[in-house]
Design a protein around this ligand. Structure first.
Ligand code: ADP
Ligand code: MG
Length: 420
């Protein structure tokens, strides 16, 4: 038994799992890998080649004409997730290293070419599957391939099948594969969920703002309708008529701005990082929230110096929309919410101050925690999304609050000029 299941087997598993964690860790922290599939492929090759080579260097055991290790796991993972390109690169490396370390073996060539062909053909179907099917497929495929290549080895190369071979090459890999694919899928889901959350929260805000927007648009419409009805009666003098017309047109303009502000926010923009004019972006957000603030009887004031930072415009707006909306919601009628920004040396400081209900120490410490809300119909996602977006833009945040006095949130970003 000692020869089948030993420390080396665990080490092999450790190499594979660690590199998968590294893969997703870096994938999660490097925005450009998500859009550039070529980089992603290279990265997958590196992250499957390293554990594969380590497995080969430190095998489970070495028999007369075969070396046992879990190299087929990273090999199959790379091929299933990366297709022909990644699979072929791994095959070349695998064969080269096998011959360097342990000498030439025709069986090895036949075995891994068979695996590559079948796994690469399965790859496009595999990648479209859901999690459960991926798990089932990867386990069966690993088992099937192990049996198939054993048959090939026995029939064509007179290979001697021994007990430890059956355990290490045929029975353990499918289990190891189950484990590895499960972890990969879980990590991937977590990353995808997080990016979807930003969208979910945006839809939530868009629908919550709809009420105040439609209210705000209905007002000018009512005014215009009133004036038109007045003008129908021909008795009013020409100047009055013109004045009415002027007011009506102004009201229509206002409605138009509100709607177009709202639509530009709802529409997605490209996910690129660019220099942002902070005062301009904040002005847009303030505009968009004016109807909401008026509906809540809150004065929304914006005082900004021209500053610029690097970031994504859509994320930036979403972030401040969430924060400002919270401040407006926390402020009773007649209160004020002030947003200001200033450049302090290499930093851009944005503060959002409200004269609202304030937060307890416990609430401050839980700020940004998912699903934490003190509101009856709150989602508890707004602050979390805002905090995530601030971090994405290399910013930091801090809250000062006093119960019944108000809350001030200070957000600091590196200024665009310092990034040269
Ligand atoms: P939601 O707004 O749906 O409740 P958020 O994640 O946007 O969820 O906010 C979480 C919680 O943080 C709020 O429920 C509220 O208790 C608190 N909070 C956020 N901003 C403020 C603020 N400016 N003043 C007081 N409390 C706030
Ligand atoms: Mg909120």
């Amino acid at each position: 038994m000692g020869t089948y299941i030993n420390q080396n087997l665990l080490n092999n598993l450790f190499y594979i799992l660690t590199s998968m964690f590294v893969y997703y860790f870096i994938y999660d922290h490097r925005k450009w890998w998500k859009t550039n599939s070529r980089h992603q492929q290279w990265f997958l090759i590196v992250c499957t080649a390293i554990p594969m080579l380590l497995c080969m260097k430190f095998p489970i055991y070495i028999a007369d004409n075969c070396v046992h290790d879990l190299r087929q796991i990273p090999f199959l993972i790379g091929t299933l997730y990366g297709g022909w390109t990644v699979g072929s690169a791994l095959l070349i490396l695998l064969l080269a290293v096998r011959f360097l370390f342990y000498g030439f073996q025709p069986i090895t060539v036949a075995v891994y070419i068979t695996m590559l062909i079948i796994a690469a053909f399965a790859s496009p179907f595999f990648r479209r599957m859901n999690r459960t099917n991926k798990l089932v497929t990867s386990v069966w495929l690993t088992f099937f391939l192990a049996v198939l290549v054993t048959i090939i080895a026995v029939v064509f190369f007179d290979f001697q099948v021994i007990d430890s071979y059956i355990v290490d090459f045929i029975f353990i890999p499918p289990f190891a594969m189950l484990f590895v694919v499960y972890i990969i899928e879980t990590l991937k889901d977590a990353i995808i969920m997080r990016s979807k959350l930003v969208k979910v929260e945006k839809m939530e805000i868009v629908s919550q703002l709809a009420a105040s927007i439609s209210h705000e648009v209905r007002n000018p419409l009512t005014v215009v309708k009133g004036f038109l009805q007045l003008m129908k009666s021909q008795t009013i003098p020409k100047e009055t008529q013109e004045r009415y017309m002027h007011i009506a047109l102004e009201e229509i303009d206002r409605a138009e701005t509100i709607i177009s502000d709202y639509l530009t926010f709802a529409k997605p923009t490209p996910k690129k990082e660019e220099p942002l004019l902070v005062e301009q972006e904040l002005e847009r957000v303030t505009h968009l929230l004016q109807p909401f603030a008026r509906m809540n009887g809150v004065h929304l004031v914006e005082k900004c110096q021209p500053c610029s930072i690097i970031g994504n415009a859509e994320y930036f707006r979403q972030c401040f929309l969430n924060l400002l909306k919270n401040s407006i919601e926390a402020t009773p009628r007649g209160g004020t919410v002030t947003i200001s920004c200033s450049c302090k040396g290499e930093e851009v400081v944005v503060t959002i101050a409200d004269t609202g209900i304030g937060m307890t120490v416990d609430q401050i410490s839980r700020f940004g925690e998912p699903y934490f809300s003190t509101k009856e119909k709150g989602t508890g996602l707004g602050a979390m999304v805002a905090v995530k977006l601030i971090e994405t833009m290399n910013g930091t945040w801090k809250i000062d609050s006093e119960i019944k006095k108000g809350t001030t949130i200070t957000i600091t970003f590196p200024s665009a000029k310092t990034r040269g």
